[in-house]
Design a protein around this ligand. Structure first.
Ligand code: SAM
Length: 253
């Protein structure tokens, strides 16, 4: 494995490696953010699951974090009219532009507006409403800590449309049960309906990842939805992803 870049920014350390099996790999503060080979699982699952379960077809989306462009790319592919992506660290975007141009490309789409600022502050100050809010953040230490807090979820509730839905990546249930607990407990204090789903992501710790979703109604597949597939996602995965192993149920109970 060759190291292509190591840079320390005001917020974090960013490294890029060229691996034998997974193409290029991006880490932040030593934790895997994505690889070229398996990024599709994370990016499909963080976008398509809430997209299909929102009570009305979402048209506008807000991404907090996601400076690599992968999540915005999925939203562009789905056909959202408006996508605002708020990333705190401009260096992540620059690194994506140079090393992950396929992902970065989404920021050049005219429907996407990229803002470089703290997601917590953006959410406190914006007057806009969104149908889908995706928290595509690093783990709850450093700049992302506030993104796992009850107050933050309350501010999010204030800018969600009535059919709106929010999803956050909530870590590896195996290695980071605290992150999952924080996300689930925090959301439960705010939203009427909170559920966790999981996906198989080979390069993330334990290969088993969780996402936690909140809404003020019970998310179900919209009537008349046409079956859809991604590279990982399909309609069986949409249903099956919510079936949780017992140890995961214990974490969020
Ligand atoms: N797929 C990834 C994962 O789960 O490992 C997340 C990828 S994305 C690169 C995470 C981004 O969240 C980072 O670029 C980081 O700078 C950004 N971030 C962390 N805290 C933030 C905050 N408070 N506001 C906006 N972006 C933030």
């Amino acid at each position: 494995m060759d190291q292509l870049l190591s840079v320390k920014t005001d917020f974090q350390r960013i490294d890029v490696f060229d691996t034998y099996d997974f193409g290029k790999l991006l880490t932040i503060d030593g934790t895997v953010q994505l690889t070229e080979r398996d990024e599709f699982v994370y990016h499909e699952m963080i976008t398509l699951v809430p997209y299909f379960l929102a009570s009305k077809e979402p048209k506008s989306a807000l991404v907090i974090g996601g400076g690599d462009g992968g999540t915005a790319g999925q939203l562009v592919k789905i056909g959202f009219d408006k996508i605002v992506n708020v990333e705190i660290d401009n260096h992540v975007v620059e690194v994506a532009k140079k090393y992950f141009p396929e992902l970065y490309r989404s920021f050049e789409d005219k429907r996407v507006s990229l803002r470089i600022e703290d997601g917590v502050k953006y959410i406190q100050n914006t007057k806009e409403k969104f149908d889908l809010i995706i928290i595509d953040s690093t783990d709850p230490v450093g700049p992302a800590e506030g993104l796992f807090m009850e107050d933050f979820y309350r501010s999010i509730q204030g800018i969600l449309s009535t059919s709106g839905i929010v999803v956050t990546q909530s870590g590896s249930p195996f290695y980071q049960p605290k992150a999952l607990k924080m996300a689930s407990n925090g959301m439960r204090k705010v939203f009427r309906n909170v559920s966790t789903y999981t996906a198989f992501i080979p390069t993330y710790p334990s290969g088993f990842w969780s996402f936690t979703m909140g809404a003020d109604y019970e998310p179900t597949l919209r009537r008349g939805t046409k079956a859809s597939t991604g590279k990982y996602f399909n309609m069986e995965i949409l249903e099956g992803a919510f079936k949780l192993p017992q140890f995961v149920k214990e974490i969020i109970k």
